[in-house]
Design a protein around this ligand. Structure first.
Ligand code: NOJ
Length: 932
């Protein structure tokens, strides 16, 4: 029999979801989180490296680390490795060879995140070199890191930093400069030590700990790690998603910061109605911080650790009472605390922000290359009711001439929340439904969550139970938690065997009713457990290999995403790129698909905060992300909805979604004018698809995000440092959102020395200035940077698939030297043939009155080739001075007319622009067009 209390509790929770907002008391604050409270209260304590222990083994430096405090149980082992491109890796873990007392188990070191290629970049350390730096009394071991940088390991007190040789050996980034390093070691529980932690007593000397009605048995005692990291000559730090807050992270301690202010929390949680402007941890976690400073200098620090983390950004005066002597070089100090795991930290030297992102993604992997359809527009809602509803919505898009590529089905499409099934009454013919969409080049996405309904007649559950594939509770029984289906269990995705089994469930044979045009949405994978502590799985739940949930919590959703993505890969015979949207994420998630920012709210603040949230994701490797357009909770006013479409059309992942209690809000439901405005916004995205696809390929090869902070493109321009209301799409487009109702004006800062061209009107604006523009209801301000060439496809179709053979338009925005450059990447949009060289990659260069198309693709020796018959039908020249009449195409030696034409075929206003019509050159060929 099922106990009634959790059922009632969950029902209460479910009903309350629809009426109440964010419930702070459901979640722990730092004070209620013993490791956070202990770490924050810590005063500096020295640690030293035993000099004779420092040696080189397997190309790494290793040493023994001892605390000067008496409470160290056994020594710690430190190792330092150096990788190409200025990457330093520091590991600190228990000494498992130490006999007395021996560690009761191995601490969890996150596997499956670092890409295998990274190891081949290791530089073997040849020998040790010892120096006494400056006037210090203790020697340091110095390791060559890369041209211009050394890693310095000070022995006593222990500190590690990177120095920049070009700037007179100034520090760039350091760990433990303030001696806040602490490492709580695993212990064996002694029976009498059960002094419980309670929120009131705040006892430190604890084993078990309680939060609300939950008890965490914590069988190995406290095992947290904390340390300080400083970024020198930095103006601000950003990164460490996911928080609904500004891009430049505000201090959480120090002068002027409220006493009870919280650190930035990294703990994957299903947060109901999350607050804007909060350090509260949301659905995903990436412990990567990037600093940026005046001369355009960036550096990065990444801690690969999947346990709960809390990070303080320490403002001026944070150390007032601690007796710490501040180092003279200006720095931003941060304090990192994690509940468990080991120190596995990476330092990235930059020097620019793009370098840091490249360095980080060389460790955790580049974003996967998405299918073309998946970067177009997605239509979602919780829920499209039945097959008729799906058919109607689909038809209405055509009726209103609005393109879309993907229709989504949320949890209600299943038979009683049993994933991989269909409600037999509402969705009796799923294959036919998908085929009808596919006939228009459209796709479908269905939701598959990680909680499995505990129902003996459900074969997935039966099989998982028999095979012992579920996560266990602390008494080693299958963990039973409450989620959408009611009583549920959760697959132990950290086990590769289970991931592979899960992957097989996506085969057409196993997922009855699925077809090749169906892709997947993974939600609730933090994991969300309605009746669990903080709406998630208890920390003392057990995974494969005896790993405690606390040790891998933040990676659970990552493993689920990975298993699903690999399942789709298998389904497609290894040659169909998976599309899987995930809510939870972790470093490396970029390799498995896209993420979105979860359950936002239909208000202007959430529209505004979507930009820093997506920018932060991009900086930390996750380029393919977006926010629910329109806002998930609540009913947006038409104006907000339109503004959201106008901004969201530039997100890398562009999907409208809404809660089931909201009013229907498909684009045609708000009167003709709003329908037109939304159509225009979506159309702009479709026109820009060739540009976006080229940027996704750039992300795939370099890690650089599609959507970028202004300072990534203009790293030395200080005005951009605090600007997170505008963003760059690639290096050529700047977009400024409008975040207020009935805005009359929009202030837009345009960086750099060159001009910017309004993408709709072609009007020019000077760089290096803030412009007060009249806000247009037609669009949000968007500008093309002078000196760039953007490829477009201008014909209005039903879906991206139907645009494949359409001709291109090139928009050339000339700079003050009458020059410009741009790129275009094309492949089949679907398969992995591009990895064998089956793609077209062109560079377009305009200089001296001549446009040249240059091949960038290496000559492919393999059988895989990609060809395209697409031509270029229009070339638009913005900023071209003389009034040309003709242009000569070479090598065809053919003259074509130059005339005035519209910048956009529909919706564009303003003066006509110089246009070369019908040059009809092939996009895949080498050619030159000379303006006569
Ligand atoms: C929570 C998700 O964040 C939301 O997008 C979805 O609609 C609901 N779960 C129902 O599946």
């Amino acid at each position: 029999m099922k106990p009634l209390a959790p059922l009632l509790l969950s029902l209460l929770f479910l009903t309350s979801q629809t009426v109440l907002s964010f419930k702070r008391e459901e979640f722990r604050n730092c004070h209620q989180t013993p490791f956070c409270k202990r770490s924050r209260a810590r005063s500096p304590g020295a640690c030293t490296l035993t000099p004779h222990s420092i040696s080189i083994s397997n190309g790494d430096l290793t040493a023994t680390l001892l605390s000067k405090n008496d409470d160290q149980i056994r020594p710690l082992i430190l190792s330092l490795s150096v990788y190409q491109d200025g990457i330093l890796r520091l590991k600190i873990d228990e000494d498992y060879d130490h006999p007395d007392p021996a560690a009761p188990k191995r601490r969890f070191q996150v596997p499956d995140v670092i890409v295998p290629e990274f190891e081949s970049k290791k530089l073997w350390l040849p020998r040790l070199s010892t120096e006494t730096v400056g006037g210090e009394s203790s020697p340091s071991t110095v390791v060559y890191l890369s041209d211009g940088y050394d890693a310095v390991l000070r022995h006593d007190p222990f500190e590690i930093y990177i120095r920049d040789k070009k700037s007179g050996n100034q520090k760039l980034i350091s760990l433990n400069s303030h001696q806040l390093f602490d490492f709580e070691q695993l212990r064996v529980k002694q029976e009498k030590q059960d002094s419980d932690y309670t929120e009131d007593s705040g006892s430190d000397d604890n084993w078990e700990e309680r939060f609300r009605s939950h008890t965490d048995k914590r069988p190995y005692g406290p095992q947290s790690i904390s340390f300080d990291v400083s970024f020198y000559n930095a103006e601000f730090v950003s990164g460490i998603p996911e928080h609904a807050t500004s891009l430049a992270l505000k201090p959480t301690r120090g002068l002027g910061v409220e006493k009870d202010s919280e650190p930035y929390r990294l703990f994957n949680l299903d947060v109901f109605e999350y607050l804007n402007e909060s350090p509260f941890g949301l659905y995903g976690s990436i412990p990567l911080m990037i600093s940026h400073g005046k001369e355009g200098r960036s550096a990065g620090f990444f801690w690969l650790n999947a346990a709960e983390m809390q990070i303080d950004v320490l403002g001026d005066g944070w150390d007032a009472e601690s007796g710490i002597e501040l180092v003279k070089q200006k720095s931003i100090d941060t304090f990192w605390m994690s509940e468990a795991g080991i120190v596995d930290a990476f330092f990235f030297v930059g020097p620019g922000p793009k370098d840091v992102v490249k360095q980080y993604t060389s460790v955790t992997g580049r974003p996967s290359m998405p299918q073309l359809f998946s970067i177009a527009y997605h239509q979602c809602r919780w829920n499209y009711r039945d097959e008729e509803d799906v058919a109607n919505v689909d038809a209405k898009f055509d009726e209103h001439d609005i393109p879309y590529d993907v229709l989504w089905l949320d949890i209600e499409h299943t038979d009683g929340k049993r994933y991989f099934t269909w409600d037999p009454v509402l969705f009796p013919n799923p294959e036919e439904m998908q085929k009808k969409l596919a006939a228009k080049g459209r796709h479908m996405v269905t939701i598959v969550d990680p909680h499995i309904k505990r129902d003996d007649s459900f074969s997935l559950h039966k099989e998982a139970t028999e095979k012992g594939y579920y996560v266990k509770d602390s008494s080693e029984k299958d963990f039973d938690g409450w989620c959408w289906p009611g009583s549920s269990s959760y697959l132990d995705m950290v086990n590769p065997e289970i991931r592979s089994w899960w992957g097989d469930k996506f085969s057409y044979e196993n997922y009855v009713g699925s077809t090749p045009s169906l892709y997947i949405w993974n939600d609730m994978n933090e994991p969300s457990v309605f009746n669990g502590p903080e709406v998630t799985m208890p920390r003392d739940a057990l995974h494969h290999g005896g790993i405690e949930h606390r040790e891998l919590h933040n990676a659970y959703g990552y493993y689920f995403h990975m298993a699903t993505s690999n399942g789709l890969l298998k389904r497609g015979g290894g040659n169909d790129r998976p599309f899987v949207l995930s809510r939870a994420f972790f470093p490396g998630s970029q390799r498995y698909g896209s993420v979105w920012t979860g359950d936002n709210t239909a208000d202007w603040d959430h529209l505004r905060v979507s930009v820093p949230m997506i920018l932060t994701l991009g900086l930390t490797g996750i380029s393919f992300s977006g926010a629910d357009v329109g806002g998930f909770f609540g009913n947006p006013e038409p104006e907000l909805l339109v503004r959201w479409y106008q901004l969201g059309a530039f997100y890398p992942f562009f999907r409208a979604h809404a809660h089931q209690d909201t009013k229907r809000r498909e684009p045609w439901l708000f009167g003709e004018k709003n329908t037109r405005l939304i159509r225009e916004a979506i159309r702009v995205r479709y026109m820009l698809l060739p540009y976006y696809y080229t940027l996704f390929r750039e992300a795939n090869t370099t890690g650089l995000p599609v959507m970028r902070p202004l300072w990534m493109e203009f790293p030395s321009d200080e005005t951009t440092f605090s600007n997170d209301e505008a963003f760059m799409v690639g290096s050529s487009l700047l977009v400024q959102g409008i975040y207020t109702e009935r805005a009359k004006h929009a202030s837009v800062y345009l960086p750099g020395k060159e001009l910017w061209y309004d993408i709709r009107t072609g009007a020019t604006y000077k760089g290096g200035k803030t412009h007060k523009l009249v806000a247009s209801e037609e669009s949000v301000p968007a500008f093309q940077r002078a000196g760039t060439i953007i490829p477009r496809k201008d014909r209005l179709r039903r879906s991206s698939t139907q645009m494949v053979n359409d001709p291109y338009t090139l928009v050339i925005a000339l700079n003050s030297s009458q020059a410009a450059e741009g790129e275009l990447y094309i492949d089949d949009g679907k398969s992995y043939e591009f990895l064998q060289g089956a793609f077209i990659h062109r560079r377009f260069v305009f200089a001296n009155g001549k446009l040249t198309s240059i091949n960038l693709a290496p000559s492919s020796t393999s059988k895989s080739q990609f060809s395209s018959k697409c031509i270029i039908e229009r070339i638009i020249l913005l900023g071209y001075s003389p009034g040309p009449k003709n242009a000569l195409i070479e090598p065809a030696n053919q003259e074509v007319q130059v005339e005035l034409g519209p910048l956009m075929l529909e919706g564009g206003r303003g003066s006509s622009v110089v246009t070369i019509r019908k040059p009809a050159v092939q996009v895949s060929d080498d050619w030159t067009i000379k303006i006569l």
